[in-house]
Design a protein around this ligand. Structure first.
Ligand SMILES: NC(=O)c1ccc[n+]([C@@H]2O[C@H](COP(=O)([O-])OP(=O)(O)OC[C@H]3O[C@@H](n4cnc5c(N)ncnc54)[C@H](O)[C@@H]3O)[C@@H](O)[C@H]2O)c1
Length: 255
């Protein structure tokens, strides 16, 4: 029960890493808020966690929409009176079903560039903008942002995504510096290839999958493994850790 009675908001918790984090945080005693824009996915995770005997509430939210974010925060504060943990996990990425062009600069239309940044980077900013005042009032809080290896390495072929995730790394560091005096910790995770719906179709291509499996551990990661890293960072076990940019990548970035 490492998160007993903590109120934890997890964005994008309807799928993949966010869903596993929601299940894990709830199993550790947190009251989890699933902030997800896809209603069916959010409701399913809420139900699954409830059936496990744990506590989760789905609140439909588009993190790139400030009014949505404001409403989410107002509702959580009204119902729970506090917010202890924020896992900024929602994002759009490489999925072949993605409506956005994941390409290099020359092939990226401005509209797609703006959309990707408005979710991955602006969404993280908006969540922090509206939750930091609550944490400052409490004089406590823990934020973990989900970036990507793309945020720290020159992985080619998805430049808007890469720029958005680099922005998340920089934002995490500067917020750690700005808000440490209020006993608020801000850390950042940089996952390598993780087997979630985001990249599953890419992984189904044996040629591409072979590249992803070429890191030191010789396999792609599981969403549960990212959830465990997030749990450590938001928990009291990490009470002296802030401003950390932590790869969760099976050693990819060490090569
Ligand atoms: N899967 C990977 O290989 C990988 C690697 C590095 C980083 N990441 C990052 O990890 C995070 C989680 O991705 P995942 O792999 O679990 O993918 P996923 O597609 O399974 O989950 C992402 C979730 O975010 C939600 N979402 C997207 N935009 C949203 C918005 N505007 N408002 C609310 N919810 C929104 C989606 O509906 C989905 O439920 C993302 O930020 C992604 O960029 C993924």
């Amino acid at each position: 029960m490492r998160l007993k009675d903590k109120v934890a908001i997890i964005t994008g918790a309807g799928s993949g890493q966010g869903k596993e984090a929601a299940k894990l945080f709830a199993a550790q005693g947190a009251r989890v808020i699933i902030a997800e824009w896809k209603e069916e996915h959010g409701k399913n995770v809420e139900q699954e966690i409830g059936e496990e005997g744990n506590n989760a509430t789905f609140i439909q939210t588009d993190i790139s929409n400030e009014e949505n974010v404001k409403k989410l925060v107002e509702q959580v504060v009204h119902e729970e009176q506090r917010i202890d943990i924020l896992f900024n996990n929602a994002g759009v990425g490489f999925s072949s079903r993605s409506k956005y062009q994941m390409a290099s600069v020359l092939e990226t239309p401005l509209e797609d560039w703006n959309q990707i940044l408005s979710i991955n980077l602006n969404g993280t900013y908006l969540m922090c903008k509206h939750i930091l005042p609550i944490m400052i009032e409490q004089q406590s809080g823990s934020i973990v942002n989900n970036s990507s290896l793309n945020g720290i390495l020159g992985v080619t072929g998805a430049d808007a995504y890469t720029a958005s995730k680099g922005g998340v790394v920089a934002l995490s560091r500067v917020m750690a510096v700005d808000y440490g005096k209020h006993n608020i910790r801000v850390n950042c995770i940089c996952p390598g290839a993780i087997d979630t719906p985001m990249i599953r179709e890419v992984l189904d291509d044996p040629k591409i999958a072979k590249n992803y499996e070429a890191g030191p551990l010789g396999r792609v990661g599981k969403p549960e493994e990212v959830a465990q890293a997030a749990l450590f960072l938001v928990s009291e076990e990490a009470s002296y850790i802030t401003g950390l940019v932590m790869p969760v990548d099976g050693g990819w970035s060490a090569v």
